[in-house]
Design a protein. Structure first.
Length: 408
């Protein structure tokens, strides 16, 4: 494939076109590296496709969407002192921000206890890797890219563009996830947000006319978290995968001899031996080979593993509910009668709080043309000023489907 182009574009259902102009076409080469192509085999929403069948879009499409959103913001802001090098650094950070996601995305982080940010930094800074070589060849300081992803750049506005309460990452994933799940909460006017953005006092601010659009963005994100990202059924599906992998590791540590017809456990050998994956080992992991591994585990004779795999395939799966102390005690009593350790039948999960807007965390700035001052968003928004601390905290009880007969 010819990689050297003057300019090119990709058709996209969210942004229409994702453009690589003559100044930005160097990034095109990154798309065809092994590290980046792997993202085509990582679903953006992990196991959510089991609940939303069309949500099979990938980290690849999201990453190039974030790049495009960042490009449009930069071009709209028309920052006078934005050097070509700084432009390259920002766009590289936007494109590469999710490159460290593992199979099933966030579910992988839960059973390995290693964040995708860790692997993102490892992949980008790997001197033997393709991405590092492309960045250095195009005079893009790798450290500057990593500083933005770590929110440590001396240019605070660069940090906020890629990661804040209204950033290019959130703007893309809300629209993209809304489109592919069919949940309409994330349908936002991203073009309006970009048009109403301004660069003042070395920071990104928005005009008064953007307030209603930003309110819609925040409310849409709040509901997407409630209905899609933190959906209790998806949490249950992720939990059963964690339990399966936990059991696999227990068996491995005990010396159990796996059938492993496809020899796929070898891919997870570092994790099984409590080691960090090397970059070369990590980029071999994707949703496809994890899915094949889980299917191949059905040939194993361990009764606990068999039961867990059966639960993965049942329609009822595991159930998440808001619970009382009485519910928990009744579930425990019933679980004790099953031929499996209680930890594989019942678990309690602290549901992450969903916050509409936090005025103390990188507040959104508005230029008030009436007072000629830059003010905090919550002081001007009628919606957020009254509900700025709206959070939804829930503690979930997950139970084996064999316990569903208990009436909660």
């Amino acid at each position: 494939m010819q990689l050297k182009k003057k300019s090119t574009f990709i058709k996209d259902p969210i942004h229409g076109e994702i453009n690589f102009s003559e100044n930005d076409v160097w990034l095109w080469e990154i798309l065809f590296t092994n590290e980046f192509q792997r993202l085509n085999r990582i679903r953006q929403l992990g196991l959510s496709y089991q609940l939303f069948p069309s949500a099979t879009h990938t980290r690849f499409s999201h990453s190039i969407g974030v790049y495009e959103t960042a490009r449009r913001f930069i071009d709209n802001l028309k920052i006078k002192n934005l050097t070509p090098k700084k432009r390259k650094v920002i766009l590289a950070a936007a494109l590469l921000h999710d490159i460290g996601h593992g199979p099933n995305s966030h579910a992988f982080e839960k059973y390995t206890n290693i964040s995708h940010e860790t692997y993102t930094k490892m992949i980008i800074s790997n001197k033997n890797g393709s991405i590092y070589k492309i960045l250095t060849k195009n005079n893009v300081p790798v450290k500057d890219v990593l500083d933005i992803l770590d929110k440590k750049s001396k240019n605070e506005w660069m940090n906020s563009l890629v990661s804040s309460q209204i950033d290019v990452d959130r703007i893309d994933y809300l629209q993209r996830d809304s489109h592919y799940t069919g949940a309409t909460y994330g349908e936002i006017d991203s073009s309006m947000i970009a048009r109403r953005a301004m660069f003042m006092n070395n920071q990104i601010v928005f005009s008064l006319k953007a307030i209603s659009t930003i309110e819609n963005f925040l409310i849409g994100r709040f509901h997407m978290y409630e209905q899609v990202y933190e959906n209790v059924h998806t949490i249950a599906n992720e939990w059963i995968i964690q339990q399966i992998m936990t059991r696999v590791k227990e068996l491995y540590k005990s010396g159990y001899k796996f059938v492993d017809y496809n020899n796929l456990l070898e891919l997870f050998s570092p994790w099984l031996n409590d080691k960090l994956f090397t970059v070369e080992e990590f980029i071999k992991l994707d949703d496809w080979n994890l899915s094949v591994l889980l299917d191949s585990l059905k040939h194993e004779k361990d009764p606990i593993l068999k039961t867990l795999l059966e639960e993965r395939d049942t329609k009822n799966k595991y159930v998440c509910i808001d619970y009382t102390k009485k519910d928990y005690q009744a579930a425990i009593a019933k679980a004790k009668k099953l031929k499996m350790p209680i930890k594989y039948n019942i678990d309690i999960i602290k549901h992450k709080a969903i916050c509409l807007y936090d005025p103390n965390k990188q507040p959104i700035k508005i230029y008030n043309s009436l007072t000629k001052k830059i003010e905090n968003f919550d002081t001007l928004s009628n919606i957020v000023s009254k509900n700025q601390f709206i959070k939804k905290e829930r503690t979930l009880l997950i139970i084996n489907s064999k316990l569903i007969k208990y009436k909660f």
